[in-house]
Design a protein around this ligand. Structure first.
Ligand code: FMN
Length: 186
């Protein structure tokens, strides 16, 4: 038997993305966003409420970064999702997080989060609040790279969000190989 939940935004896994941008004065701010994804080979799509400080900053500056929230920074990531830079201008400092300017875009990279997607704003739809960004660069700390030089999800330990219970979870173990396992049934 299947249970029907109706029209709900339920999808597993949902990412926990930390979106960061500078304001006009160069002050960094960041927020938590779970309604986001890769939407093309070089693009991200995120639903961002117009009222957020981060959204206003991105629209003014035209650049932003998307860091993966990780298991080591659950409290900080959640704080960025419950407090607004509109009311707490030094929100990142209060969270104990530090930033440096990206080498590629005019946006802050959060030092404590080991992987960031550095983006240029392509469009923002006022009605749907859907923001599209072009991926200019992806950067990662060496500590989360595997022996093959690629980002190792088991070292990164990104968290995912369960919108039904509001839980944060880590990823499980590797269970297969893409573009390979299905070949057994060909
Ligand atoms: C788990 C979680 C997921 C969230 N996802 C989104 C989202 O996808 N889009 C959005 O506009 N706000 C989302 N929020 C809310 C913002 O992060 C929150 O309103 C934040 O305070 C905005 O900060 P700012 O005003 O400093 O930019 C989420 C919050 C949490 C805790």
């Amino acid at each position: 038997m299947r249970k029907n939940f109706g029209s709900k935004s339920l999808m597993y896994p949902m990412p926990v993305l930390i979106i960061a941008a500078y304001d006009e004065a160069g002050v960094p701010n960041a927020m938590n966003a779970a309604w986001g994804c890769i939407c093309d080979y070089d693009k991200v799509a995120i639903v961002l409420d117009k009222g957020h400080k981060t959204t206003a900053n991105i629209l003014k500056k035209g650049f932003f970064t998307v860091s993966m929230a990780d298991a080591a920074h659950v409290t900080e990531a959640d704080y960025l999702g419950v407090v607004s830079g509109n009311k707490v201008p030094d929100k990142l400092e209060k969270a104990g997080l530090h930033t440096v300017k990206s080498e590629f875009v005019d946006a802050p990279v959060i030092c404590e989060l080991p992987m960031a997607i550095e983006c240029k704003l392509l469009s923002f739809n006022e009605e749907s609040e859907m923001l599209i960004g072009e991926i200019v660069n992806v950067s990662a700390e060496e500590a989360i790279l595997g022996e093959d030089g690629l980002i190792d999800p088991m070292k990164l330990r990104p968290i995912t969000y369960d919108p039904a219970r509001h839980g944060y979870y880590t990823l499980g173990e590797r269970v297969g190989t893409a573009f390979h396992d299905g070949m057994k049934l060909k």
